[in-house]
Design a protein around this ligand. Structure first.
Ligand code: CA
Length: 318
């Protein structure tokens, strides 16, 4: 039986435009200024910046229903399924890459997050109808000559490498639905997110992030650049008995809002116009280790982030 998701979404309400850099509580996981600039360098899915006070979001208005989540959507417009992978085959489809475009020479990681894994293709597999991103305690030598203690897996529909200007799949406005099971264990950091297809570090939408050292919390974010400064709104969802069970995570991205949901229940929404992305974004799913998820419990490895299916329905406004 699915565990009950107790949702009291917390979402910042302060105008981000009014915030200077000094107002932002930069966490240890925030990328440095160089890496977070819009210069095509590596993005970050780890910001936990929280601005303003928090307030519960308790109501979900219902107008026209979106294809699957039954969350509020604008009147009019068309919905079309533009991406679907149930991972029921024997091999990963060609539209998935197994490394970030900015670092594909033998593997990749995001060192600015203090991540402890080196992503390798052999850590990505399909089995029993699932995509499996498997973390193991296999020490890795990176292409920079550094050592990392763990091997893990990721997939993305973004550009193949630095010379590639296209994504195998990207979209603007719509709904992403992911049925997935996060693993249990300190130090694990599974995530499903969207990144800008123009290869800049922002905007970014984190559909779901889970930190092994905070098993009672699921987080989502919208990151963007506002008047030259990185700005974020964060949605937190309190959960019980969550890891090791299947759940459906959704982000409904429309011109005036990004709405997050778990198992069909809204967890919060971002409505600040300055934050809402308006350009194409691609998919990323990964099982990171360490960083903001805390020290890794080696005894729990190997651990697997399982994804049963990913569906994207594109919204076209009228
Ligand atoms: Ca499946």
């Amino acid at each position: 039986m699915r565990s009950l998701v107790r949702v009291f979404a917390a979402i910042s309400s302060l105008s981000l435009i009014a915030c200077s850099t000094s107002d932002i509580d930069r966490s240890a996981t925030q990328v440095d200024e160089e890496a977070s600039s819009d210069d095509g360098q590596r993005p970050d899915n780890a910001s936990t910046t929280v601005l303003g006070s928090t307030a519960p979001t308790s109501s979900v208005s219902r107008t026209t229903e979106s294809p699957s989540s039954k969350l509020a959507v604008p009147e009019g417009g068309d919905w079309e399924i533009v991406f679907f992978d149930d991972f029921n085959g024997d091999t990963l489809r060609d539209d998935w890459n197994t490394c970030h475009w900015w670092q594909v020479d033998g593997g990749c990681t995001i060192g600015s997050n203090d991540e402890q894994q080196w992503y390798r293709p052999e850590a990505v597999s399909l089995g029993e109808g699932d995509l499996r991103l498997r973390a193991t305690a296999d020490p890795q030598l990176t292409t920079d000559g550094d050592s990392l203690p763990f091997r893990s897996g990721m997939v993305t529909t973004g550009p193949v490498d630095d010379s590639d200007e296209t994504s195998s799949f990207a979209f603007t406005y719509g709904e992403v639905s992911v049925r997935a099971m996060v693993p249990t264990g300190d130090g694990t950091w599974p995530a499903v997110w969207l990144l800008s297809a123009d290869k800049t570090s922002l905007p970014e939408i984190d559909i779901v992030e889970w930190h092994g050292n905070r098993p009672d919390l699921v987080t989502s974010h919208v990151h963007n650049r506002v008047e030259g400064e990185r700005a974020t709104e964060r949605v937190e969802s309190s959960v019980e008995d969550f890891a090791g069970e299947w759940h459906v995570f959704r982000a409904t991205w429309l011109p005036d809002r990004v709405v997050f949901a778990i198992d069909g229940v809204e967890t919060g929404r971002v409505t600040d116009p300055s934050l809402i992305p308006s350009t194409p974004m691609y998919l990323v799913a990964n099982l990171a280790l360490g960083g903001p998820a805390g020290p890794v419990d080696d005894d729990r490895l190997p651990l697997t982030f399982r994804i049963d299916e990913i569906v994207v329905s594109k919204w076209s406004g009228t």
